[in-house]
Design a protein around this ligand. Structure first.
Ligand code: BG6
Length: 473
């Protein structure tokens, strides 16, 4: 539904853009930083995290570009092993000072810092010490890490995201390390419970230490559509939404496991261990908002019990048609959407799906929402006269922002938009081949070149969007 009267973006809307430490900073063992699990496990066919976009050494220049773009907020993540090289214990002064300098430079330029506490980069030392997220020991270590951040940055940072895409860690096991001797599904549900407890502790601590700050999760979500109007497919779509979205959001917002999922976990011997006080902690730590990472919608259909379970295989090469969908017998199986265009990585482009998702979440939770990621990964060409004509990205972002505007008209309390990504950075699956930024970084997977920053056409487009507070999309 379109509205006849123009709906505008709120006056104080956060016009932002996002990055994450291990994909952007580089300097992966510099000034006391140690390796994270994701530094060790990044796709070996592409660039590693050692230099990335070298933001660590270019942050002032990069913030000047943010200012030129007109950004009023910036979402970044903090590297746990840069702040605490052993994951716990002694604070690395150079590490925490880097973030203090970053945040004060942002403030100097009138840009609101939006900080993600955890974006996949678990200190490898904690993985080695006790298996990382598989052990409840991590809850106290995560709380200690949060305490250090709140102590040192709490006077300057008033918006915090606890954990990035807990939901996707289920689908993409390369982001975690698992124990080969325990069934994978059991480990995933156990880790999910432990992570949610860590998230809840972070919220509790934030309330105590920085009462004027706001805090919430950043969740990777896609609405799941039924392949047909056959009731079995409709039910499969409900299942997919429950297992892939509401499992996480109901835990975050209400501190409950949905009964159908709880039964599934029990019947299949994969239910997490719930200790005394766990559910009370979850129920007491309601987030202030939901951060949503949205890239695509999904289609699912009925999966008979007789099928064999299959993990999803993602397309990491950018050659269309390489994705293999997951199958959960009796629950759902993935499929394609014949109505939507796809990126070269098979991600289905669905701006309307974003409006659908925002409305679903608003109806369900009535919380303010910020889009913490949304963007289009593509192979960008740098022309001989040093331009990047990324009209496909402009088209993608424009259509998604248009749906955000409509969702605001529908009543969604949307307070910010952080396209992924501010600048080109290392893709989780496909190195520098897959670019997302408004600013081109002059390097490839094989050749570091001079890491020069070059504004793409989308930079000038977004600059105009911000200048007109979204009137000119
Ligand atoms: C999100 C992550 O899943 O998607 C980001 O939070 C990631 O870290 C982004 O980069 C895009 O995914 P990819 O695989 O194209 O880099």
């Amino acid at each position: 539904m379109e509205y006849k009267t123009a709906v505008s973006f709120p006056k104080d809307f956060f016009w932002s853009a996002a990055t994450a430490a291990y994909q952007y900073e580089g300097a992966y063992v510099e000034d006391g930083k140690t390796l994270s699990v994701v530094d060790k496990n990044i796709n070996p066919h592409y660039a590693d995290t050692s230099v990335a976009s070298d933001h660590y050494h270019h942050f002032k220049e990069d913030i000047a570009l943010m200012k030129e773009l007109g950004m009023t907020a910036y979402r970044f993540s903090i590297s746990w092993p840069r702040v605490l090289p052993n994951g716990r214990g002694k604070v690395n002064k150079k590490g925490i000072d880097f973030y203090k300098d970053l945040v004060s430079e942002l403030r100097k330029n009138g840009i609101e810092p939006l900080a993600t506490i955890y974006h996949f980069d678990l200190p490898a030392s904690l993985q080695d010490a006790y298996g990382g997220w598989s052990s409840r020991q991590i809850i106290d270590d995560f709380a200690y890490y949060c305490k250090i951040l709140f102590e040192h940055l709490g006077d300057q940072v008033k918006y915090w995201f606890t954990i990035n895409e807990q939901s996707n860690m289920f689908l993409l096991p390369y982001l975690m390390e698992f124990d080969a001797d325990t069934p994978l599904e059991k480990q995933k549900y156990e880790m999910n419970h432990i992570m949610t407890l860590a998230h809840a502790k972070a919220i509790t601590l934030c309330r105590e230490m920085i009462p004027d700050a706001k805090i919430g999760p950043a969740i990777g979500l896609s609405p799941n559509y039924p392949k047909t109007c056959h009731p079995e497919d409709i039910q499969a779509a409900r299942n997919a939404n429950d297992f892939r979205s509401y499992l996480f959001t109901d835990l975050y917002v209400h501190g409950i496991y949905r009964l159908n999922i709880w039964r599934y976990m029990k019947e299949n011997g994969v239910a997490p261990t719930i200790e005394k006080g766990d559910m009370e902690l979850l129920q007491s730590a309601k987030p202030d908002f939901l951060g949503i990472n949205y890239y695509q919608s999904r289609v699912v259909k009925y999966a008979p019990d007789t099928m064999k379970n299959k993990e999803m295989k993602i397309n990491a090469n950018g050659k269309k048609g390489e994705t293999e969908f997951e199958i959960i017998p009796g629950i759902y199986q993935g499929s394609t959407n014949p109505y939507l265009e796809k990126t070269d990585w098979d991600w289905e482009i669905d701006p309307i799906g974003l409006r659908t998702l925002l409305n679903e979440l608003n109806d369900r939770y009535h919380l303010p929402i910020i889009i913490t990621e949304n963007g289009m990964g593509a192979v960008d060409e740098l022309t001989a006269d040093e331009k990047v004509h990324d009209d496909y990205r402009i088209d993608y972002l424009r259509k998604h922002l248009e749906q955000c505007r409509l969702a605001i008209g529908d009543g969604v309390q949307l307070f910010g938009y952080c396209p992924w990504s501010f600048m080109d950075l290392l893709s989780t699956t496909s190195g520098f081949r897959k670019r997302y930024g408004f600013v081109y970084v002059n390097r490839t997977d094989e050749d570091l070149k001079d890491l020069r920053r070059i504004k793409k056409d989308s930079f000038y487009w977004y600059q105009k969007v911000i200048e007109t507070n979204g009137k000119q999309l």
